[in-house]
Design a protein around this ligand. Structure first.
Ligand code: ADP
Ligand code: MG
Length: 287
């Protein structure tokens, strides 16, 4: 039986971002989160996006990747159908009025995100290109899953993309350098992951004190990278882990295999942290 767009029934809007919006739909009674993106006028670009969509729906056999059921292409748009998640880390921080996330919880998030990024790279040769708190989601069981790989990354490099006002940049210094290699290195994602770690640890985006994009970009390129300190109550392992992610020179940043063996990650894997309990308490708070 061929799936048809007309079988999708709109339920409610979830949110919108840099390259589309996400809504709840049902498809034959099954609840889904559907990401809708306006189609690109450029045929070449569209071909690449569609190729990526194929990978997106195949790259679901990892527990830390948001499951995608499939996609629809209509004359106007592309719709990717995914499992519905409870929330993303970005909303979670807003929900708690930017309370710092406890280090053991960050440890579990770090293990999940690294597992997903390593899986995408090793099994499917995909670079995420858009690692940030709003692309790290949690389900009701407290399982942390990554979404929006590949497609959103390709869109970012295309003309379709207009950065959403107020969405802070997670780009690595080399992504902002007009003379840098156009080839995207997985280690640019390592930087974005580092910025995300600092944001969770302090409950606040590290460049939040700068109020315009130009100042943020110059600080990323010319300033010292953000650091966490033991004085703030973080463990030595966590402080070291973050300092490795946030090295300005891309060649010095470790790749995933190395990061997965870092003491902070090894310790987090061996810890018995109750993410569900922490998460359930937060979800009880009012919006
Ligand atoms: P962004 O650039 O903020 O990631 P998106 O369009 O990708 O923008 O997502 C918009 C909102 O929808 C985000 O808050 C995101 O967390 C949420 N979202 C995306 N996918 C899902 C999903 N599968 N289940 C629940 N919420 C989702
Ligand atoms: Mg997203």
């Amino acid at each position: 039986i061929r799936a048809q767009v007309s079988d999708l029934k709109f339920i409610a809007e979830i949110g919108h971002g840099s390259c589309g919006h996400v809504s709840k739909y049902t498809y034959n009674g099954q609840l889904m989160a559907v990401k809708e993106m306006v189609k690109s006028a450029n045929a070449e670009e569209m071909k690449r996006i569609i190729m990526d969509l194929d990978v997106v729906t195949k790259a679901s056999d990892c527990p830390n990747i948001v499951h995608a059921y499939g996609y629809f292409i209509t004359p106007e748009k592309v719709m990717v159908c995914m499992e519905v998640m409870a929330t993303c880390l970005d909303r979670l921080l807003r929900r708690t009025s930017n309370a710092p996330v406890p280090e053991p919880i960050i440890g579990q998030i770090a293990v999940s995100v690294l597992t997903a990024l390593d899986y995408l790279k090793e099994k499917h040769h995909i670079i995420h290109r858009d690692v940030k708190p709003s692309n790290i989601l949690l389900d009701w069981n407290g399982v942390v899953k990554l979404c929006d790989f590949g497609i959103s990354g390709n869109l970012i490099q295309s003309k379709v993309y207009t950065r959403q006002a107020g969405c802070p940049p997670y780009m690595a210094p080399e992504r902002l350098d007009p003379n840098a290699s156009p080839n995207y290195d997985i280690r640019s994602d390592v930087w974005s992951f580092g910025i995300t770690m600092v944001e969770l640890a302090r409950g606040k985006y590290p460049y939040a004190n700068l109020n315009n994009e130009f100042d943020i970009f110059s600080e990323i390129m010319r300033g010292e990278p953000p650091v966490l300190t033991i004085g703030e109550g973080f463990s030595e392992e966590f402080v070291d882990f973050v300092s490795l992610l946030l090295q300005k020179e891309v060649e010095r940043r470790p790749k995933y295999n190395k990061l997965l063996n870092h003491p902070f990650i090894v310790r987090s894997k061996n810890e018995d942290t109750d993410v569900v309990d922490w998460f359930a308490n937060i979800m009880q708070l009012d919006d």
